[in-house]
Design a protein around this ligand. Structure first.
Ligand code: SF4
Ligand code: SF4
Length: 474
């Protein structure tokens, strides 16, 4: 009797589901000194000073930069902008975007490394962290330790200082929308309005989380610029790069290894694999792996590597600002068509914007025809048209303006011809034009007319708007 063949059909153990989520590795950034760190320090502290200080600057009798939302006026260093100036704002935004394209094509992500608010606030938060918890190695050690009174004290100091900076950032932000000199007493007496409190807390929380906790995550995952910046790069774009030809083969300089290489008639590269360039990187990447979208172009790895080269008595610049062409031994073309095109358009746009601001008339005239009848014929056979006018003095001085109508000889009106307007005054006028067609015949039933406003003091024309005078067909 033979056994029946048995086949094992036990299902193999189910595969563990693969997680698509990579846990964040905390980055312990090492402080570094050098030329680029110095430039960065000046630019980022300068930016912070501008943000926190400008809110306290006065221009004339009001805050130099003040966005008065209820009055729909935006005061910027003596100039007042109105919602009607929205095209100017759109122009400024387009110029900023174009400026960013130009600068990226020229020198990579220097905006991110030296001027971006996320970099500026992260920089100050890291500076606080280093003072409260110590150097990189001390911080790593501290995080591994169990909670103790010392650890608690250090962490508490750091978070209190972070919250203080974040809170002042929120207060300053609201101070650009509510006069900051009134805001502080209101805040201290708990008299702030609820919107003010909301935005202050919102910006406090956003600053604390973004600069304290998320840091490089904002640059890597949230900032859209990181994703599309590569489109603006070309082979002549200056970028922080590692010179592979010079650095490889990387190796620690041990006598044994050097002897081994010599025996093989090989020469070591200049990179001693000290990993200092990785330790100083705020986004935790290794620039030796090539150009990466996570690189914010802060150049701290240049400073770190230069300090190593100096100690080894090797030429600096193993990591440096350079171009793809240069790294491959080819010529870098600074004046290339793409960059010249970007820069040319940028200059034209800036010129256009300056021209529009300088020639901007600080007066607004709005005209609407009456929504009722197109015209009325009176008992005396005269024809009347009604209009609704808005005259707004957007200049910085009180003025008397003269209003007249052109293109309708013989017409009379019920409205005064002169208007005294204080600064930012708005005058609404219900105006009627009346004409006797028997005495002043009209060539057509729809006559084009113009409302013209001049400054009484100088006679300068400040507004001219077209409208229609409608009469029955003859
Ligand atoms: S700092 Fe310079 S020498 Fe050190 S690992 Fe980086 S590239 Fe190599
Ligand atoms: S690799 Fe890191 S340290 Fe070097 S420039 Fe890029 S972000 Fe800065």
């Amino acid at each position: 009797m033979s056994n029946i063949p048995v086949k094992d059909v036990t299902p193999p153990p189910a595969k563990q589901p693969q997680s698509m989520y990579e846990k964040r590795k905390k980055i312990y950034v090492r402080e570094v000194e050098g030329l680029f760190q110095k430039i960065r320090t000046y630019s980022l502290w300068g930016l912070m000073l501008a943000y926190f200080g400008t809110a306290w600057l006065n221009w004339g009798d009001r805050q130099a930069v003040f966005f008065d939302l209820p009055a729909r006026q935006f005061h910027i260093f003596g100039m007042t902008f109105w919602p009607q100036d929205f095209p100017l704002l759109a122009g400024i935004l387009i110029i900023c975007a174009y400026g960013l394209f130009t600068i990226t094509n020229m020198a990579g992500r220097i905006w991110c490394g030296y001027t971006c608010p996320q970099s500026a606030w992260s920089f100050i938060f890291m500076w606080i962290e280093e003072r409260a918890e110590g150097t990189r190695n001390q911080r790593i050690k501290l995080d591994k330790e169990k909670m103790s009174a010392t650890k608690f004290r250090k962490k508490a100091i750091k978070h209190i200082a972070w919250l203080a900076v974040a809170f002042w950032t929120g207060v300053t932000f609201v101070g650009y929308f509510t006069p900051i000199r009134e805001l502080i007493p209101d805040m201290l007496s708990f008299g702030m309005n609820s919107w003010g409190v909301f935005w202050m807390l919102f910006f406090t929380a956003a600053t604390y989380i973004n600069a304290g906790w998320m840091r490089e995550q904002v640059c890597i995952y949230m900032c859209p610029y990181a994703r599309f910046q590569s489109v603006m790069y070309d082979r002549d774009t200056l970028a922080v790069s590692y010179d592979e030809n010079r650095g490889e083969p990387r190796m620690h300089r041990s006598k044994k290894k050097l002897a081994e290489m010599e025996a093989k008639n090989e020469k070591p590269g200049d990179c001693v694999d000290c990993s200092l360039c990785v330790q100083v990187c705020p986004t935790g990447i290794d620039i030796r792996d090539g150009l990466q979208y996570q690189c914010i172009g802060c150049a701290l790895c240049i400073d770190a590597c230069d300090s190593v080269m100096e100690k080894l008595d090797l030429p600096k610049g193993l990591i440096r600002y350079t171009t793809e062409n240069e790294l491959e031994g080819q010529k870098t073309h600074f004046f290339r068509p793409r960059l010249v095109g970007y820069a040319g358009i940028l200059v034209l746009m800036i010129g256009g914007l300056i021209y529009s601001i300088v020639t901007r008339t600080p007066f607004e005239l709005d005209i609407e025809r009456s929504r009722g009848a197109l015209y009325t014929v009176t008992a005396n056979d005269t024809v009347k048209n009604s209009y609704y006018l808005k005259l707004m003095n957007m200049s910085q001085t009180a003025e008397t303006y003269v209003l007249k109508v052109e293109g309708l000889d013989g017409a009379t009106t019920n409205a005064p011809s002169e208007y005294e307007l204080e600064v930012n005054d708005l005058e609404e006028v219900a105006l009627t034009l009346e004409l006797d067609p028997a005495e002043h015949p009209l060539a057509t039933s729809k006559t084009t007319i113009e409302f013209v406003v001049t400054r009484k003091s100088s006679g300068e024309e400040v507004a001219r708007e077209e409208s229609r005078f409608i009469a029955p067909r003859q």
